[in-house]
Design a binder for this molecule. Structure first.
Ligand code: PDD
Length: 284
């Protein structure tokens, strides 16, 4: 697919777009990003995504002059120029190009790039079958709360999961399961508690997570934000992941152990349905 991308104020054909070899996003992963889902040509959970982008920028002491409405205009134009009805819109801001030095350059101009891609999210085939995950050590850095482009640990672990015959991996640290390689992780216990890791430096505060937990509380589910172990996950009645690119995605097997009857759980599917309803009506 050849798309129209945005680079530092210009709209360009993908093949004509360039960024400096000395860009710190490229050399140091000194960049933060957001992925926003597009449904019916509209942006899902736009405001919380921008709020998190601002938190990520602040966390790496990067100042970027865009206000909320500048981002909204950019994302809307991105969706229109690329004719996206359903898919994702991606934005990345790096500290910019500067001679290679570990210290932050005092006067580099940040680089902003954005692109969009069509993707079936509301009708993804795996929403019906569920996905399989394997647990793997959490090899990432200790600031997983910042959405940076330093994604090699996640990428290597996703590939290791695929090589092991699974769809994805759940990371495990000393406290138990943290999250998926690009998603938050949840289990439903036999006593109908919905459990997911508490916020902290060891997971990303997912925007879909925030909304799904609110939807779950509305459904009289007991939501518990705490660490949970692999053993607890293997004994769960249901499990699922959430992210902007998957919404609620049921998990049907963990480390080769089948959950329930091996089909997506009813609570997971109901949360998916309710999240989708809400996303359709609230998208901007
Ligand atoms: N990733 N945890 C990690 C490590 C993630 O990379 C993501 C999202 C999430 C879920 O966050 P949200 O609900 O805000 O999408 C949790 C995006 C989709 C990505 O990198 O493509």
């Amino acid at each position: 697919m050849t798309g129209t991308v945005y680079v530092n104020g210009d709209w360009l054909e993908e093949s004509a777009a360039t960024v400096s070899v000395f860009d710190r996003g490229f050399l140091f992963a000194d960049a933060v990003y957001e992925v926003v889902a597009v449904l019916g040509g509209k942006l899902v959970d736009f405001d919380p995504h921008i709020a998190r982008l601002n938190r990520s920028l602040a966390a790496i002491s990067l100042t970027f002059p865009f206000e909320r409405n500048d981002y909204l205009k950019l994302f809307r134009e991105l969706v229109i120029r690329n004719g996206i009805d359903e898919g994702i819109a991606y934005i990345q801001i790096s500290r910019g190009a500067a001679p290679r030095d570990f210290a932050f350059p005092p006067s580099a101009r940040p680089t902003i790039v954005a692109f969009a891609a069509a993707k079936a999210i509301s009708n993804s085939p795996t929403a019906e079958t569920g996905i399989t995950v394997v647990t793997r050590p959490d090899v990432r850095w200790r600031r997983c709360d910042i959405k940076t482009v330093g994604l090699l640990g996640a990428s290597m672990t996703k590939q290791a999961a695929i090589d092991a015959g699974a769809d994805d991996a759940w990371f495990v640290d000393a406290g138990g399961i943290t999250e998926g390689t690009s998603s938050n992780a949840y289990i439903v216990t036999a006593s109908r508690e919905l459990v997911t890791r508490q916020l902290g430096n060891d997971i990303l505060a997912g925007i879909t997570r925030e909304v799904v937990l609110a939807v779950a509380a509305d459904q009289q589910l007991t939501v518990v934000e705490r660490a949970f172990s692999t053993d607890e996950a293997l004994a769960a009645t249901e499990a699922f992941i959430t992210s902007a690119t998957t919404f609620v995605q049921p998990v049907v097997s963990i480390d080769g152990v089948t959950l329930g009857d091996g089909r997506p759980g009813s609570i997971s599917l109901e949360l998916r349905r309710r999240y989708l309803d809400r996303a359709h009506t609230s998208a901007l």
